[in-house]
Ligand binder design. Structure first.
Ligand SMILES: NC(=[NH2+])NCCC[C@H](N)C(=O)O
Length: 406
């Protein structure tokens, strides 16, 4: 399957991009948790088992699973001259700005990670000082610094493949991320969407070099003509204005962008942490956002610009209009306020729809999962004790590359 095709959130999922959590989680320390956007340190072995169970559920449902680390290694295998360019860019963006350290790190990676797959995984994992074995007789830093000091930070959020680049219909948004720690994740997107034979011709609606931030967790494909984007902690209104103009100027069939203004907080970092589509006419929603939510409708003004109007109807009415059938909102946690808050924190409303009415969810959210089952949804549960410590659920951990059309 060449190119990408994601004109909805719910039609049969055929191909999905994942990243299996790796050694980058072993470089999380209590002092760096906040900066690296984790709430606790997952047990890697169990996190990998849970992730493999997720991939198995998807494969058993007929979905082709591809891994980011493989696509990136395939690019470097195909174009050996890119290895040096990629490494130098990665080192620079890791904040290494002196010639001496750039050379030490370059040589270390090049000499010790001969295959491209190993090299890619190592760039994800990060480097600490003790690995570099520089000659202690000619530098003070190695004698006085803490050997566990990170020289190049890890990218522990990579298993949330939803966020750094997002498919929109037949195109992609390569995102500018909100946080320093996640901005290097998009380097892999830059290479795979430029060079990978399956992805290189995909139109790009946003670039990682733009100024304003936008993340894939805020981007929801309602159908081929309507896109929803959250205005959130992670996505700025300026980025939405920009991407809207780019989309309306392109060949994309999208005519309307609905911007959902959600409260700015860590618990609600992206639109998909409070709201996902699970069937033609059903969405799960965290009741905590119902009150404060405002929706803006963005259309082309026909002259290269956009026109925006605030919608004052209820969320059900707005969605019913755009989905084309009466919509039901299913609250996370049922009607129970405490269950809603607890389960939203562990991504109870963050479902991955693999065909209308069939979703993958975290097993731990039993109140919400029971409510979904009562509503007739086929709920496929995955283990989630360790993965959930990164604050993302099945939708965050997956980037669809292909869904069948309606
Ligand atoms: N699409 C999502 N909701 N992704 C969740 C990402 C979680 C990650 N720890 C972050 O803070 O960035």
């Amino acid at each position: 399957m060449a190119g990408v095709n994601v004109p909805s959130e719910i039609m049969p999922l055929k191909k999905v991009l994942l990243h299996r959590p790796g050694d980058e989680l072993l470089n999380l320390t209590p002092n760096t948790l906040e900066e690296l956007l984790f709430d606790d340190i997952p047990f890697l072995k169990v996190a990998q088992e849970e992730h493999d169970a997720f991939a198995k559920i998807l494969r058993d449902e007929g979905v082709e699973v591809v891994y980011l680390e493989d696509l990136m290694a395939e690019v470097l295998d195909l174009y050996p001259e890119l290895r040096e360019k990629f490494l130098k860019q990665w080192i620079f963006e890791a904040g290494i700005r002196t010639d001496r350290y750039q050379k030490i790190i370059y040589d270390y990676l090049n000499d010790n990670y001969p295959t491209n797959k190993e090299l890619v995984l190592k760039t994800m994992a990060g480097i600490n000082l003790q690995e570099l074995h520089t000659d202690k007789s000619n530098s003070l830093v190695d004698l006085v610094s803490d050997a566990s000091k990170l020289v190049c930070a890890p990218m522990p959020n990579l298993y949330f493949t939803r966020d750094p680049f997002a498919m929109i219909g037949n195109g992609v948004s390569i995102n500018r991320m909100y946080s320093e720690t996640r901005n290097r994740e998009t380097i892999y997107g830059e290479y795979i969407f430029k060079y990978h034979p399956d992805l290189q011709d995909v139109p790009e609606y946003y670039s990682r070099y733009n100024t304003f931030h936008i993340e894939g967790g805020d981007i929801l494909n309602i159908n081929d003509k309507v896109l929803a984007i959250g205005i959130s902690q992670r996505t700025e209104p300026d980025a939405i204005d920009q991407i809207a103009k780019n989309i309306f100027e392109s060949d994309s069939p999208i005519e309307t962008i609905l911007a959902f203004n959600i409260p700015n907080s860590r618990a609600f970092m992206h639109l998909d942490t409070v709201f996902t589509q699970i069937d033609y006419d059903k969405f799960t929603i965290h009741p905590g956002i119902m009150g404060p939510l405002t929706v803006f409708e963005i259309k082309s003004d026909g002259k290269g610009g956009i026109k925006v109007r605030e919608r004052n109807e209820t969320l059900e009415e707005i969605l019913t209009e755009y989905v084309g059938r009466p919509v039901t909102l299913i609250p996370c946690g049922g009607g129970d306020r405490i269950a809603a808050e607890r389960e939203q924190w562990n991504d109870g409303s963050n479902t991955l729809c693999i065909r209308p009415g069939t979703v993958v969810v975290y097993e731990r959210n039993d109140v919400t999962n029971a409510v979904l089952e009562e509503a007739g949804i086929n709920v496929l549960q995955m283990p989630s004790a360790e993965l959930s410590r990164g604050r993302g659920g099945p939708r965050c951990m997956s980037m669809p590359l292909w869904r069948d059309a309606e």
